[in-house]
Design a protein around this ligand. Structure first.
Ligand SMILES: Cc1cc2nc3c(=O)[nH]c(=O)nc-3n(C[C@H](O)[C@H](O)[C@H](O)COP(=O)(O)O)c2cc1C
Length: 441
């Protein structure tokens, strides 16, 4: 991204209005509702349900958005805001903007280029990308794609702590080797949430071989799959491998294509269709995914596996934030998984101030959940967040226009944030504080 001092927001606005003169409109709508609708039109039912849906009655999905409505920005006038600096300090580095891309799994649902397209857009706009443990492409492939756009652009790895510590350690090692700057452990998915839209469609992408590329590209996971096949009675596996239903074929094809360095099976699509391994990979994944018995002391193991900063994602209660600090973590993400896990959970923005107060500046506090534009980011920063994560909107941009769609979504968030900051009377992120807001009546 070019220096914000030149006025990123104004440049984006001017470019959009100028192309309007020759009849060109943005590929991606700037209003969040229109963006979601545009994505829905391009997506199949199952894909849209998975991306947009939440847990239960989706009260927490709604609360995440409604929480922003409890605050109004209190602008100040007649201050020179001609030069605005959007940068922040985060995990020991200056970042161009206060935005991150939250980890989103199964991006192949939105676009065949999936995480690779997202990585390219993130790298181009210098927005750190949190690579999902449930990605559709192996992290190594995304790292190469990002470096091809701009070498060394920031990526972090999001870990779901599986039941196999050997696998956890392997994923962390690969993340280090792929140039990830931090490990983000997501703590709110030790059980899969009660996702009503997906349940009604009897659809879970992982069972179709979608969103498990970090696993099938992993040597330790490949070993677990082979052990499973060996242990199963020969008859059972032979029987299963010849029951070639259309869904099973589709799963095998998808898995053979996902990830150029798939460790689980060689032999391409033809080999995958005949082999019991793809199905065994899905079963193995379902066995190891998440560990509901996990407790705080597990974090010591992660410290042994890596010297990278550790960020905990899914903290909402200030007492948990305090425990995280006791365990020496380097950052906290206040998040309820976009309302996809515990329906009825507190909105992440509502949980933010108490966490910020308890953390008292010792580590960065990142917020995600309901960020739909630059004004939302401003409100979260004013309540003490160091940075904010964009979630669903970039998946919708990806669905609408691939990598370009993701770029436009990011660009629009940054541009609106720049303009919001200027209109509110601020020239630097550090000036945004609780006195920049007033509770809405
Ligand atoms: C389709 C989808 C997939 C997601 N996958 C992951 C994931 O793999 N890991 C993770 O930690 N969070 C995941 N999340 C949660 C996001 O990281 C983030 O917390 C959430 O999207 C924020 O809410 P918002 O999208 O409504 O802004 C996912 C969210 C969505 C919508």
């Amino acid at each position: 991204m070019a220096s914000a001092g030149e006025g990123f927001g104004r440049r984006v606005q001017s470019a959009i209005y100028r192309s309007g003169i020759s009849g060109t409109r943005p590929a991606v709508p700037t209003t969040p509702e229109a963006l979601e609708l545009a994505a829905e039109k391009t997506l199949g039912r199952e894909a849209f349900a998975y991306l947009a849906g939440g847990a239960g009655s989706e009260t927490t999905v709604a609360a995440n958005r409604a929480a922003f409505g409890n605050w109004r920005i209190y602008p100040r006038v007649l201050r020179d805001v001609g030069e605005r600096d959007l940068s922040i300090e985060l995990l020991g580095k200056r970042r161009a903007t206060p935005f991150l891309l939250a980890p989103l799994g199964v991006m192949e649902l939105a676009h065949p280029d999936a995480d690779v397209a997202v990585g390219r857009a993130a790298a181009a706009l210098d927005v750190p990308y949190l690579l999902s443990n449930q990605a559709s492409r192996p992290m190594e492939e995304v790292a190469v794609a990002m470096d091809a756009v701009a070498p060394g652009r920031s990526r972090w790895f999001q870990l779901y702590w599986s039941a196999s510590d050997e696998l956890n350690a392997s994923l962390v090692r690969r993340a280090e080797e792929s140039g990830c700057e931090a490990i983000v452990v997501t703590l709110d998915t030790h059980l899969l949430g009660w996702r009503t839209r997906d349940l009604d469609l009897a659809y879970l992408p992982f069972t179709r071989g979608q969103g498990i590329a970090q696993y099938t590209s992993d040597p330790v996971f490949a070993g677990l799959v082979r052990d499973r096949v060996k242990k199963a009675s020969r008859g059972t596996w032979a029987e299963q491998s010849i029951r070639v239903t259309p869904k099973a074929v589709a799963t095998a094809i998808r898995m053979a294509r996902n990830g150029s360095n798939t460790q689980v099976f060689a032999g391409g699509v033809a080999g995958a269709i005949r082999s019991p391994l793809p199905r065994a990979a899905v079963e193995t994944f379902l066995d190891v995914f998440a560990d509901p018995t996990l407790e705080w002391d597990a974090l010591a193991k992660l410290r042994e596996w890596t010297s990278l900063p550790i960020v905990l994602k899914g903290i909402l209660h200030p007492d948990d934030a305090a425990r995280a600090l006791d365990h020496g973590v380097d950052g906290i993400m206040v998040s309820n998984h976009g309302g996809r896990q515990l329906d009825g959970a507190v909105a992440s923005l509502d949980a933010l101030p108490a966490v910020v107060d308890r953390v008292a500046g010792r580590v960065p506090v990142i917020l995600d959940g309901g960020i739909r534009g630059g004004a939302d980011a401003f409100i979260a920063l004013a309540l003490g967040a160091t940075a904010v994560g964009i979630g669903r909107p970039y998946a919708y941009g990806l669905a609408v226009a691939g990598a370009r769609g993701v770029s436009e979504v990011l660009r629009n968030h940054i541009a609106e944030f720049d303009i919001t900051m200027g209109l509110a009377g601020h020239t630097a992120v550090a000036q945004i504080g609780r006195d920049s807001l007033v509770p809405s009546a």
